[in-house]
Design a protein around this ligand. Sequence first.
Ligand SMILES: [Zn+2]
Length: 303
Amino acid sequence: MKKILVVLLGMLVTISSCKEKDEFMGFSYPEGKYKSLIMSYDDGTIEDIQLVNLFDQHHIVGTFNLNSAYIGATRGWPQENGDTIFQKYVPKETLMSLYKKHEIAAHGALHKDFLKVSDKEILEEISTDVSTLSELTGREIISMAYPFGNTSDHIAELVSTTGITNARTVADTYQFDLPTNYLKWNPTCHDSKVLDYLDDYLAIDKPELSLFYVWGHSWEFKDESRWDIMVKFCEKIGAKEDIWYVGTGEFTDYMKAIKNIEFEADKITNPTDNKPVWIKLSSGFKELQPGEEQAIKLVADED
Ligand SMILES: [Zn+2]
C-alpha cells in the first residue's frame, strides 16, 4: 500500500512540474483589489453615531480613535476667545453596537499633547487607552491617532515599545502612497478636502497598491456644509468592487504579512505563522494560505 502511494505521489509531482509555471506579478489587497480606503475619526464624540450610520449605508469601514477617560462624559474645552465648547462622548454601553463593523483605536486617555508631557505620561496615556478599550470591547487595540496629531521620532520610538502597531499624524500628504513609517503615518487629507481628490482616486486603474487615507472629527459635521461634503464623498466612493474598505490595524497587519513572504528563485512561500496574502500570478489572483508555497517561473526561464 505504502509503495502505491509513493508511486502515485511521484506521478503527481511529475505532472505538476511538467505544467508550465506561473509568473509572479506582485501582491494585491484581499480579493485581488489594488485600491483601499481608510477613514480615521478622532475623539469619540456622539456625532460618531451619525457618521457610523453613513459609513454602514455605503459599506465603508472606519477607525475610531477614542479618549478612554472621557467615554460617556461631557467635557468643556476652553477656547482662546474665552468661550467653552462642550463635547459629549459616546456612552460606554453603546461602544460595541455602534462600532460593530469598525475599528476601535486609542487617542490618548486624556487627550494630552505628547509634545508637552513626559515619556512616562505618554506611555500612561496609551496604556490606559489600550487596557480600558480592550476591557470594554474584548478586542485587541493596536492602532492610534496622536492627540493634536503631534509626534516626533522619539515619541514614535516610544510608541513602538507598546502593543500599538500604527499611529496617525495630521500631516496631510495629498498623495495615495503607502506609508514609509506606520508609527508616523501621514494621511492623504483632512475630510474637508476629500472632494478635491475623489475623482482622481476613482479614476486610478493600475495594478499597484494605493491608499486614500482620510481623517477628521465627527463633531465638525455640526457644520451642515461639511456634513454635505462627507455624504457626497461616501455616496461616490462607497460599495465599489475595486476598493478595500479597511481599518488601519487590519491594513497594517496585511502589509506586515506581505513583508513576511519568502522568495526563492523558483518559488514563494507564506510562512506557517503568517496571515493569508493575495498574489497576482500570470494565471490570475491567488490567496496564498499560511504554510502554502507557490512554484513560480524562474526569471532566467524565458522561452
Ligand atoms: Zn483629538
